[in-house]
Design a protein around this ligand. Structure first.
Ligand code: AHM
Ligand code: MG
Length: 342
């Protein structure tokens, strides 16, 4: 496993293309998986341009439609979804795609060659932040299409997160970042806006095991279950409480931004099960939010759980199913799991 400082990365100018070619030579990925990640990165670049133009391109505001979860779609949700579909449809590497913004999977049309991979994405995560100019992102996950499946439907996608071959997210923030795991560590690439290249800027990222920072939407406190309430109460008690240290809290409201902070300096992110709506065991979606983030966090030495089970081991039952999410610094996640067990 290689470790480079930011300066070394800059000096060596390892582009995403070069990184992927080297991974292919080492046998980590196939040529088709390399193409898939390359095309996703092109889509990320295009979405970054659209997000960056904002009101100038008339892309802010509501689309006037709802997605399958009954949430109002933003114009940029729809645009980002289209960009990802178009970028990935023709390459011959995919069997189908699924998205937060589409009720059913999009099977590759007959006019294009069909490949062996399945791509899932949340095209614009945190899109409620888009109109107020706060970071948003894209999350994606890659699975193998089960052998022998010809008529692809939702069932082909219902595989546990442990089967993911690659996962990543983009953050459209002050800089546009692409964070990627191919199952052998986590690397961050920064978009060089002058030439369109993604350049490796943080290699082999590791999440500190301990933290003094948590991320949760505290306005939901009245619906939290006892273990979560206990954890947050103890953290808020600070130095004189059972944890013996003061904690800080951050909540961007875009999972990509909150997770990226945790990947960079540690912390724990919670969107836990609560009693607000008994039909929803959490807010975040398993297949294209929780699983890819869990894969990345585990690859960086962190942990990801619902509080009751490891996220990546959940046997999915529906494409758009929701799950509780607790992820980040390993020791804090383990503490929360222990609180749930007791
Ligand atoms: P989205 O995919 O529709 O944008 O919803 C997911 C987002 C996450 O990015 C974020 O962590 C969470 O919803 C914020 O929820 P809340 O507004 O309840 O704080
Ligand atoms: Mg989302």
């Amino acid at each position: 496993m290689f470790r480079l400082t930011a300066t070394e990365c800059k000096m060596r100018k390892i582009t995403l293309s070069r990184y992927l070619i080297e991974q292919q030579h080492q046998g980590t990925i196939s040529g088709d998986l390399r193409l898939l990640i390359t095309l996703v990165s092109r889509a990320v670049h295009a979405i970054s341009v659209a997000v960056g133009k904002g009101a100038l391109a008339g892309v802010l505001g509501e689309a006037g439609s709802d997605n399958v979860q009954g949430e109002a779609q933003k114009k940029l949700d729809v645009i980002a979804n289209e960009i990802l579909l178009e970028a990935n449809e023709w390459g011959g590497h995919l069997a189908a795609m699924a998205s937060e913004e589409m009720d059913d999977p999009h099977v590759i049309p007959n006019r294009y060659p069909r490949g062996e991979y399945l791509l899932m994405f949340d095209p614009l995560d945190g899109s409620s932040n888009i109109d107020v100019n706060i970071s948003v992102g894209t999350i994606f996950s890659v699975l193998q299409c089960p052998e022998g499946v010809v008529d692809i439907d939702e069932k082909a996608f219902l595989q546990p997160g442990t089967r993911q071959l690659a996962a990543g997210y983009a953050v459209y923030g002050a800089a546009t970042l692409l964070v990627l795991t191919l199952g052998n560590g986590v690397n961050t690439f920064t978009l060089d806006r002058e030439n369109g290249n993604f350049v490796l800027t943080q290699a082999n990222m590791r999440i500190p095991e301990d933290t003094k920072e948590f991320a949760i939407n505290a306005s939901n406190i009245r619906w939290w279950e006892a273990p979560v309430r206990r954890y947050i109460d103890e953290a808020n008690a600070g130095k004189s409480g059972p944890r013996g240290k003061d904690f800080n809290m951050r909540w961007v409201g875009s999972m990509v931004a909150d997770v990226h902070r945790i990947l960079t300096r540690g912390g724990v992110f919670l969107y836990p099960k609560d009693t607000k709506d008994s039909d929803k065991p959490g807010k975040l979606r398993l297949m294209y939010e929780a699983n890819p983030m869990a894969f990345i966090v585990e690859q960086a030495g962190g942990a990801a759980s619902t509080g009751r089970e490891r996220i990546m081991e959940i046997e999915p039952t529906a494409l758009h199913q929701r799950v509780p999410v607790i992820l980040g610094s390993r020791n804090e996640v383990e503490r929360l799991v222990a609180y749930h067990a007791s």
